[in-house]
Design a protein around this ligand. Structure first.
Ligand SMILES: [Zn+2]
Length: 487
């Protein structure tokens, strides 16, 4: 059985898919015998993970428990420093084993001084695992810890701990250096690895830097990847800091273009969605992450109404903490198809998001469908296992998959014509061995340089109180006459 465009075109029967030089050359009907090893399998276009961070170590494993994004982020500092290759290869192999052929890797540096070396390791992991990776180079130059005044945050820390929050400037490398790193990292580009700009989010990046990114992207054609309105606190901060509207400001800066991907967009309003759609901006909906980090639900109906194209992202926060993109599709469908008879998301749109539009945020090759000429990125699912108890002809295969599919059903993943997963296991790397090595290294680091858990807890508590008091919506006194209020 073959789903060339799942939900949008009728399923084909037994089909032979021929490919050469990484592209599909023909699809032809075949007569499959019962003993054929392909009998009972369903072929679909492979999936794209439109937003992720590629951390091999899951965040709860080092104490960043699920909580509001703002408190959770402070605990990310607890992540033990590990070999950047292991970190990325484990993450990519797990993704591949759930049908992901392409991922947006919004890189979190373990050490900004070694960003370029980390990128080299990620490029090697992409090649070894065999999936397509867009490496988004992080740029941050304002608002560490909280959106607003660090002096206010210090007021909520015990007097002997105020030093934990240093000055903002001391924490960031100059934007120019980070932009130069993008060019250095571009040296590692290969068939499966490309570089993008990642102003991490408007609350963390100065307007001047965003403008530089917009210029650089227009010049080079490289994509830009940015978190936007993930949380209600970001919304409140932006409404106070940009009375004329943050999204409008981003447009003035020149950042809104078809080259931009925004992650989350949970708190976007109607007029903002209309503008983003007009500019051809693509969104990534990250349903599991939005639940686990208490952000809310993305306004998918609003996206659809406005005509915003969107992909689906795991954000390293799959609901079962297992990087299962197939389950993520089902969760996305359940949360956003519409309640009480309202039809927002149908299977055709769900798969277009997962296979075509999300993919555009990683690679511009027109892929995501099983048609002649398209990139040979194909996943084979064990449909037989899903259909074990169903009566002949009782339910459509697609409905069954949308009820049951999960990573355990993946038999094979082909990317650019190469087998990347066979019998459910990554073949380019030994994923279980890499996982063991990663854990061993992380545990050794945790033992040898124990993290200061009490310091993290104190910072988290101060952050909570900072937002409870509404400090993020308090803006500094207006600048001198004749200047705008925007920072
Ligand atoms: Zn993210």
């Amino acid at each position: 059985m073959c789903f060339a465009r799942p939900g949008a075109a009728a399923a084909l029967g037994a089909t032979e898919i021929a490919f050469a030089d990484g592209r599909i050359t023909a699809l032809a009907p075949v007569v499959a015998g019962k003993d054929d090893p392909a009998a009972g399998l369903a072929a679909l276009p492979a999936l794209a993970n439109a937003h992720d961070h590629g951390r091999g170590l899951r965040t709860v494993s080092f104490g960043a428990r699920d909580d509001t994004l703002e408190t959770w982020i402070a605990a990310l500092a607890l992540e033990p420093r590990v070999d950047p290759y292991l970190r990325a290869a484990v993450a990519f192999a797990r993704m591949a084993e759930s049908g992901v052929c392409a991922t947006n890797h919004c890189h979190n540096t373990q050490d900004p001084a070694h960003l370029v070396d980390e990128a080299r390791a990620v490029a090697k992991a992409a090649r070894d695992v065999g999936i397509r990776v867009a490496f988004a180079v992080p740029l941050m130059d304002r608002n560490p810890f909280v959106y607003g005044d660090l002096a206010r945050l210090r007021e909520f820390l015990p007097p002997d701990r105020t030093g934990l929050v240093g000055s903002a400037d001391a924490r960031f490398r100059p934007a120019r250096e980070a932009l130069a790193a993008v060019d250095a990292i571009a040296e590692f580009e290969h068939e499966l690895f490309a570089v993008q700009y990642c102003p991490v989010g408007p609350q963390w990046v100065r307007d001047e830097t965003l403008a530089e990114v917009a210029r650089a992207s227009a010049e080079t054609g490289r994509r830009v990847h940015m978190h936007l309105f993930e949380t209600e606190r970001q919304r409140r901060w932006a409404d106070a800091a940009y009375p004329g509207g943050l999204v409008r400001r981003l447009d003035e800066i020149g950042l809104l273009s078809p080259r931009l991907t925004i992650a989350h967009g949970v708190w976007l309003r109607d007029d903002e969605c209309a503008l983003l759609a007009e500019r051809g901006v693509v969104a990534s909906v990250n349903a599991s992450s939005n639940l686990r980090l208490r952000s809310g639900h993305a306004p998918v109906a609003r996206f659809v109404g406005a005509g915003i194209r969107f992909g689906i992202g795991l954000d390293g926060m799959a609901f079962d903490d297992d990087e299962d993109m197939l389950r993520e599709l089902r969760l996305m469908f359940a949360l956003h198809r519409g309640f009480g008879g309202i039809e927002t998301l149908d299977p055709a749109l769900l798969f277009r998001a997962a296979c075509v539009d999300g993919r555009r945020t990683v690679v511009a090759d027109g892929g995501g469908e099983l048609v002649s000429g398209a990139p040979a990125d194909i996943m084979l699912l064990d449909f037989q296992a899903m259909a074990e108890d169903s009566m002949d002809g009782a339910i459509s295969p697609l409905d069954l998959m949308l009820t049951r599919m999960a990573k355990g059903h993946l038999r094979k993943l082909i990317v650019a014509g190469r087998a990347v997963v066979l019998e459910g296991r990554a073949v380019g790397v030994d994923r279980p061995a890499l996982e063991s090595a990663l854990l061993e290294e992380a545990r050794a680091r945790w033992r040898d340089s124990p993290p200061r858990l009490e310091d993290t807890a104190a910072i988290q508590s101060a952050i909570r109180r900072f937002y409870e008091c509404g400090c993020h919506a308090e803006m500094p006194p207006a600048p001198a006459k004749g200047r705008g209020k925007t920072p």
